[in-house]
Design a protein around this ligand. Structure first.
Ligand SMILES: C[S@@+](CC[C@H](N)C(=O)[O-])C[C@H]1O[C@@H](n2cnc3c(N)ncnc32)[C@H](O)[C@@H]1O
Length: 242
């Protein structure tokens, strides 16, 4: 898969020049590339699909591309073959067991009321040995922790300022948001072959304005030498045989 088909925006290029790599997107794309059989014919799920998908470039290798989200999309998502509304923490019956070869859940876990229940739900929809790839925020980064700890009423006003788009601002919970808790949560939900890494992603996530980008960049540069403190968790895990 080509990693950077289009030239990166200036702010992203600066972050790259400053050594804030690999990016979250690069790791996710590499892991999805490994998870989706090159021969084609796979069924993929974007769990908490919002309005973007890092699975899109793999569409030629997918026989079935499904999105699920707690809300219907504001605009149609033309890359999907099907879409379902479901709360991943509760609606376990949205798809039959063993439907998908691979599932992506990108920047969703911080929004889940019960992340382990959501991991279990998606795990049941995966075929044995199917991969789940997730990304989420890391509370061990001081800015992330502060952001998640401020009262919801204040955060709701700040969130649209720092997010890349106001449409990306969703209610936050942050119940399972350290690398150790993600690993434990995936294991508790029955996954194996768990791999957890971290990335410095704040400047990319908060790149909506120059001031918020600069704040994110400072937060990334200070924590980048300490992997456990980087802003973002990227994990993959395999559904084990029953
Ligand atoms: C920050 S957005 C990320 C969207 C998309 N995955 C992306 O990469 O741009 C989080 C998404 O998770 C969805 N979401 C939050 N809680 C959910 C739940 N319990 N079940 C299903 N989707 C949920 C939200 O509606 C939203 O679309």
């Amino acid at each position: 898969m080509s990693r950077r088909a289009r030239p990166e925006p200036l702010r992203a290029r600066i972050a790259r020049r400053l050594g804030l790599t690999p990016t979250t997107q690069e790791i996710v794309e590499e892991w999805l590339d490994e998870a989706v059989p090159a021969a084609g014919g796979a069924a993929a799920l974007d769990a908490g699909c919002g309005r973007l998908s890092l699975l899109k470039p793999l569409k030629p290798r997918l026989a079935r591309f499904t999105g699920v989200d707690i809300h219907p999309p504001a605009k149609p998502l033309p890359w999907l073959d099907e879409f379902a509304v479901a709360d991943l923490c509760r609606d376990t019956d949205a798809f039959p067991p063993g439907t998908f070869d691979v599932a992506l859940s990108n920047f969703t876990v911080e929004h889940f009321a019960d992340p382990v229940a959501a991991f279990r739900t998606v795990g049941a929809w995966l075929r044995p040995n199917g991969w789940l790839v997730i990304t989420t925020v890391n509370r061990r980064h001081p800015f992330v922790n502060l952001y998640l700890s401020i009262p919801a009423g204040i955060r709701d006003r700040v969130q649209p300022l720092v997010k890349r788009s106001a449409a990306d601002a969703h209610p936050l919970v942050g119940a399972c948001n350290t690398p150790a808790r993600i690993r434990e949560g995936l294991a508790a939900a029955g996954y194996g072959e768990i791999e957890v890494v971290t990335t410095s992603h704040l400047s990319r996530a908060w790149g909506r304005t120059w001031p918020t980008w600069l704040l994110g960049l400072a937060g990334d540069l200070v924590t980048h030498p300490f992997p456990g403190r980087r802003s973002t968790i990227v994990a993959r895990a395999r559904r084990m045989e029953a």
